[in-house]
Design a protein around this ligand. Structure first.
Ligand SMILES: N[C@@H](CCC(=O)N[C@@H](CS)C(=O)NCC(=O)O)C(=O)O
Length: 217
């Protein structure tokens, strides 16, 4: 099986979506050729028949790779790791390593979305962030800080898709009004992800403001 796609992988994304960013980040870290197709969530493009044919749940990200259509950020990370990571470190094949990665993917789909991601989205769209959401975000940050003390990566001795899945909304949680200053081990881990060859970020600062204005008016 080739470790290079025959044609560039198509990534259907929305520029402000951290879920879509996970997929983009991993495509870039793997050095795979890909092209982005913008899905205008603000105009409801994700609910149009053309997009629903790709993902009946009407959510980004979706990738298309040589006829295969894969929706859901975590499914995409698993697919890309199994399909294109020749040395297998991004998704360990041993039962314990695989289970530990899966545990972080579950946290990414649960408290990370319900806390950090939700707070960021409400703040970006000018809505108040409920204290319960800040508490959910803070609880996960504290647990990650504890876990990362004395560790370089979330699982094992090399980066995995757990690091990719958790990176985006953790790094951008200050946009939801939740500070990262109290978490030195966590910030060092974010720095290690950002130093990986091929790292790409979501827009920040003025670029973020411009992207929010362009997307949401
Ligand atoms: N479980 C999905 C969730 C994806 C998701 O929530 N995407 C949001 C953008 S961050 C979306 O497309 N929302 C559009 C909508 O719900 O109409 C994943 O991990 O990819």
């Amino acid at each position: 099986m080739s470790t290079v796609p025959r044609r560039p992988i198509r990534l259907h994304r929305f520029l402000l979506s951290g879920h879509a960013h996970r997929a983009e980040l991993f495509l870039s870290l793997l050095g795979l050729p890909f092209e982005c197709v913008e899905v205008d969530l603000a105009q409801g493009a994700q609910k149009q028949p053309e997009f629903l044919a790709l993902n009946p749940f009407g959510k980004v990200p979706v990738i298309e790779d040589d006829g295969a259509v894969i929706a859901d950020s975590h499914a995409i990370l698993v697919y890309l790791a199994l399909r294109y990571d020749a040395d297998g470190h991004w998704l360990p094949r041993d039962p314990l390593g695989a289970a530990r990665v899966q545990h972080w993917l579950a946290l990414s789909a649960g408290p990370l979305v319900n806390g950090a991601a939700g707070a960021r989205w409400l703040a970006l769209t000018g809505k108040p962030v409920p204290p319960a959401m800040v508490a959910t975000a803070t609880d996960l940050l504290q647990r990650m800080e504890q876990h990362l003390q004395g560790r370089e990566w979330l699982v094992g001795a090399a980066p995995t898709i757990a690091d990719v899945a958790l990176y985006t909304y953790t790094a951008h949680v200050p946009e939801g009004g939740v500070p990262l200053e109290p978490y030195p081990a966590l910030r060092a881990w974010l720095g290690r992800v950002e130093a990986l060859p091929g790292f790409v970020d979501l827009p920040r600062g003025a670029a973020l403001d411009a992207a929010v204005r362009a997307a949401l008016g």
